[in-house]
Design a protein around this ligand. Structure first.
Ligand code: SAM
Ligand code: SF4
Length: 477
């Protein structure tokens, strides 16, 4: 009988991409995917360690599976990704019923590890080397690159895909666990990336997002010449069929003029820049070891506005980082007010064992204060986002249509479902659809299921802080 797998993903876009690759490998090995945990023979969690909350969610999910494992010992449970890399002993101690612990650098071996677990009945553990105590190159090799042939059926959307251009991170911001769990920074060869993009275009992909923790730090050498992100964008833009190119996440210090010019001059490259500031206070930025001052961040923003006046810039902020005073927080509010980000992702600081901040600074901002600052900054950002969105009322925007909106029952449009049955059934009828503009604004309008994956022009009628609502005026055939 065909075995079925269930795969739940927590965390960032890197994890979403890793999950797509895991799903593709399992589908190729003959498994079927199920979105019901109770129907699965193999239950997998692709995990995140960036904040405590993400880890807690996984431990409670694992706890709930304990009695199921007692009743059905043949069901396999696997913890993949960043928690596996960071905490294999803790996972085995807290959830001894786990069968597979596989770090992000080893997920390429997952199918073989499942087979080995079935053959030997021994738990299988595969993680990369820790960064401390080994040579950088040796550690880098242990975080093996895994971007095999892409499989459309494993993607949530046929028309949109992510392509990893870098692994790991070497910036070591003091609060961040990513350099430990994702390993040293490594840029993929440009030829490999362009080949992957061409293959995705052949599969019907229209929008590509290039991924890296600090994507604009991308650098490789080719025949003795350096290839930077700006060069790579030029090459990727040559792929026929690809209509939009994005790249995330940018590191403020590496937002160089050549990159801004490439975004300006290459029509396929979307004027959308995610460049996290993290804080508006120099004292906090220094403790975070972000490598820039708020004045330098503002200069970078001015250069973006000068070269790309219509670009949408977005940010991440951490509130309540160690030692953050009211004055520091007010400096973050000022930066947000002045920068007019399209949106910001705001996080309460979560101490991470294994990071410098955890080692050096007490987590001294009370939870209630973190919560209040989070709420206040979000309120300010929402006000700005809504004001900004109002400019679009009466305008016509171009969207790439993603699928039914949440209100139209998007829950039925499950991740990895290439031809969602609920959507096919609605063919011909009008349903609420959602798409994105080049600036990554979400647009909701009515249309037909067969429009999904196509470009449309939508006239905007009303807006909120996060959504534009309108009417489709034309759709590409
Ligand atoms: N590489 C990206 C960058 O440099 O912006 C993103 C890395 S991280 C997965 C995404 C965001 O999580 C960060 O930008 C930061 O705001 C937040 N983050 C990272 N560590 C955190 C921590 N310990 N507590 C709270 N938020 C954190
Ligand atoms: Fe973490 Fe900083 Fe690297 Fe981003 S740049 S992944 S925040 S260490």
């Amino acid at each position: 009988m065909t075995k079925r797998f269930f795969l739940e993903t927590v965390g960032c876009q890197m994890n979403v991409l890793d999950s797509e690759l895991v799903a593709a490998a399992l589908l190729r090995a003959g498994y079927r995917r199920t979105f019901e945990r109770r129907h699965a023979d193999v239950i997998l969690f692709n995990t995140c360690s960036v904040r405590q909350h993400a880890e807690d969610k996984i431990y409670s999910a694992l706890g709930r599976l304990k009695h199921i494992k007692e009743q059905r010992p043949d069901k396999l449970i696997g913890v993949l990704g960043c928690m596996a890399q960071k905490d294999r002993e803790a996972i085995l101690r807290r959830a001894p019923h786990v069968d597979l612990i596989v770090g992000p650098g080893q997920i390429g071996h997952l199918v073989a590890l499942i087979e080995e677990r079935e053959r030997t009945s021994e738990p299988q553990i595969a993680v990369a080397l820790p960064r401390r105590g080994h040579r950088r190159d040796t550690v880098a090799q242990s975080f093996a690159l895994y971007d095999p042939d892409r499989l459309t059926a494993a993607r949530a959307q046929r028309h949109r895909a992510m392509v990893r251009i870098m692994l790991g991170c070497d910036k070591f911001c003091t609060y961040c666990i990513v350099p430990s769990v994702r390993g040293p920074e490594q840029s993929r060869p440009a030829a490999e990336i362009t080949a992957e993009v061409r293959a995705l275009a052949d599969q019907g992909c229209r929008e590509i997002t290039l991924l890296g923790q600090t994507v604009n730090s991308y650098r490789t050498a080719e025949n003795g010449r350096q290839v930077r992100l700006s060069d790579l964008l030029e090459r990727v833009a040559e792929a026929e069929g690809i209509r939009r190119i994005r790249f995330v996440t940018n590191y403020p210090r590496d937002m160089t003029p050549d990159l801004l010019q490439a975004v300006r001059d290459l029509p396929k490259v979307c004027p959308y820049l995610h460049v996290p500031a993290q804080s508006g206070s120099n004292a906090v930025l220094k403790r975070m070891k972000r490598g820039y001052t708020v004045e330098q961040y503002r200069e970078m923003l001015a250069a973006v506005r000068e070269t790309l006046p219509a670009a949408a810039v977005t940010s991440d902020f951490i509130v309540g980082f160690c030692g953050e005073t009211e004055e520091d927080f007010e400096a973050t509010l000022r930066l947000t007010e002045d920068a007019r980000f399209k949106n910001s992702f705001i996080f309460k600081y979560s101490p991470r064992p294994g990071t410098k901040a955890h080692e050096l600074f007490p987590d001294d901002v009370p939870e209630a204060v973190k919560r209040r600052r989070n709420h206040e900054l979000l309120g300010l950002q929402n006000r700005i986002s809504e004001e900004d969105n109002r400019r679009f009322i009466g305008e016509t925007v171009e969207v790439l249509i993603d699928g039914p909106s949440k209100a139209a029952g998007r829950t039925t449009f499950a991740e990895g479902d290439a031809e969602p049955s609920a959507v096919s059934a609605a063919n011909g009828e009008k349903l609420q659809l959602t798409g994105r503009t080049p600036c990554d604004r979400i647009v909701v309008f009515h249309g037909e299921a067969k429009w999904i994956g196509r470009f449309a022009r939508v006239q905007v009628e009303r807006v909120t802080a996060v959504t534009l609502f309108g009417t489709a005026v034309s759709v590409e055939s």
